[in-house]
Design a protein around this ligand. Structure first.
Ligand code: NAD
Length: 475
């Protein structure tokens, strides 16, 4: 098995601009040669990718443990295992995904034109991914790019240096190095890469950088997918009686990767009369997750690290400035992690409500009724997801009609990520463009319309030619 040594951020060997240009030229030449087009080639690369994941799952666990203190089981379950399934699923369905789509026409005489959409690779593409789920957010889009026949440059986050080193060693070992390459870089290297003319850019990360990526892409008219974040609300409706279960599901969603997950429930909207009981239920769930004698910061199964001392300091600053009341949690492991923290009496205009928290805090806002909850959600930019807890089907429809979000999930958190074939994506501030399963193949595919107009159709066309005379239109 591969030995993974932790790589300190300062030791990550970044690519030079010349190396980035060389990679770009190499992959462009490969695309132009047509080498990535055949389905047999794409299938082979997908199977190799699955093999890479399978052979090295322990190495990936080691890397994410070193970079994020991510529990091994979380890496296996949320990063490696379903990627293997998704890769094999793409290999298995490749033929049907890539098959041309006939476009039936209404008029009988046009049916002979054989209107068809052919699926063609867009070209050389760039995938830029963040640190929080570094493997899944790099490889999942890659699966679609390989399946579509696109040579791909991968730019993982420099904030997970051990992962970056490992990934950049493995990709050329398993995949065709003339078609798939990893760039190691931070802001300057990514800025250089963004100035090149890509055929698609797939970016996952925060909205501020999303704007930078979209602006750079705009200069070359490059299509972009932006997978961003936002303030995803969890709404507890008045009819929820089993608050223990609701709290357990919300807390589970909040503590994954210490709240550093794009679809983490950011804050909770709870009927005023139920807040105290909901807090009790959260405490109960917390004590189930970390039983007597165990502790999220120092126990046998500690919570993941906060990625960076700067983000840690930002979260501590939020705790210092909030007008809310910490009802439990709040313990801080200097520069490393923070215990799951529940706050009540949080006003709508509190610092915790300004931006996506991306940390293990759950502010609870008391609301008068469901319309009040909807008003709070609609006063914010469109979130990636709304989690609604209710037993009433009507409420789901009310939310579908009266709110906007990337997804609406009823009665659980995060599980939309397990609906692999349901296209996933944000709206407004939470991004644009959809992906997952076949939809990721579609992201990197140009659907090229093609018709063949028979010469024998000439009698139908007499009216289109000059001179435009009355008798032609009468006919
Ligand atoms: P990050 O800091 O790792 O940045 C993401 C990528 O952008 C990295 O590869 C980084 O090198 C690059 N980058 C950073 N600054 C740049 C600049 N000025 N110019 C060009 N490139 C630059 O990760 P992050 O942004 O902190 O990631 C967390 C955010 O991502 C959260 O907002 C989260 O909600 C969002 N997210 C969204 C999804 C989704 O699927 N919608 C998934 C995960 C994370």
């Amino acid at each position: 098995p591969l030995k993974v040594m932790p790589v300190p951020a300062a030791s990550l060997k970044l690519n030079t601009n010349e190396e980035i240009d060389e990679v770009y030229s190499r992959l462009t030449a490969t695309f132009q040669s047509g080498a990535t087009r055949s389905l047999a080639y794409r299938r082979k690369q997908l199977l190799q990718l699955a093999r890479m994941l399978q052979d090295n799952h322990v190495a990936f666990e080691d890397a994410l443990l070193a970079d994020l203190n991510k529990p091994r089981l979380e890496t296996t379950v949320s990063e490696v295992a379903h990627l293997i399934t998704s890769t094999l699923n793409a290999a298995e369905n490749l033929e049907s995904w890539a098959a041309p789509d006939p476009c039936p026409t209404q008029e009988v005489w046009r049916s002979s034109w054989g209107a068809t959409l052919y699926k063609e690779p867009k070209g050389v593409v760039l995938i830029i991914s963040p640190w929080n789920y570094p493997l899944v957010l790099t490889v999942n889009p890659l699966i679609g790019a390989i399946a579509a026949g696109c040579p791909t440059v991968l730019k993982p986050s420099e904030l997970v240096p051990t992962f970056c080193e490992l990934f950049s060693r493995l990709i050329p070992k398993y995949l065709d190095p003339n078609a798939y390459a990893v760039i190691k870089g931070g802001v300057p290297e990514t800025t250089h890469a963004l100035a090149l003319r890509w055929d698609h850019i797939f970016y996952t990360g925060n909205s501020r950088v999303g704007r930078i990526v979209a602006t750079a892409a705009g200069k070359n008219l490059t299509p972009v997918t932006l997978e961003l974040g936002g303030k995803s609300a969890a709404v507890v409706a008045d009819d929820c009686d089993d608050l223990d279960l609701v709290a357990k599901r919300i807390l589970y969603g909040k503590i994954q990767n210490s709240g550093q997950l794009c679809v983490a429930p950011d804050y909770a909207l709870v009927p005023r009369a139920k807040v105290a009981a909901f807090v009790d239920s959260l405490k109960k769930a917390h004590d189930e997750f970390w039983p007597e004698g165990d502790h999220p910061l120092t126990g046998s199964q500690p919570i993941s690290n906060i990625i960076h001392p700067t983000h840690h300091a930002h979260l501590v600053d939020l705790l210092n400035r909030t007008k809310g009341m910490i009802v439990f949690g709040g313990e801080i492991h200097k520069d490393k992690s923070i215990a799951p923290t529940i706050l009540t009496d949080v006003p709508v205009d509190d610092v915790l409500m300004d931006e996506e928290i991306f940390g293990p805090f759950l502010p609870i806002l008391a609301v008068d009724d469901i319309d009040d909850a909807i008003r709070v959600i609609n006063s914010k930019p469109i979130p990636l997801v709304i989690y609604l807890f209710t037993t009433q089907d009507d409420l789901k429809h009310k939310f579908l009609l009266e709110t906007r979000s990337g997804q609406l999930v009823v009665n659980d958190t995060i599980m939309q990520l397990c609906a692999h074939e349901m296209p996933f994506g944000g709206q407004g501030e939470s991004g644009y463009g959809m992906w997952f399963g076949k939809t990721t193949f579609d992201v990197f595919t140009h659907r090229r319309g093609c018709i063949t107009v028979p010469f024998s159709d000439e009698p139908f066309f007499q009216g289109r030619y000059r001179p435009y005379t009355e008798d032609k239109y009468k006919a």
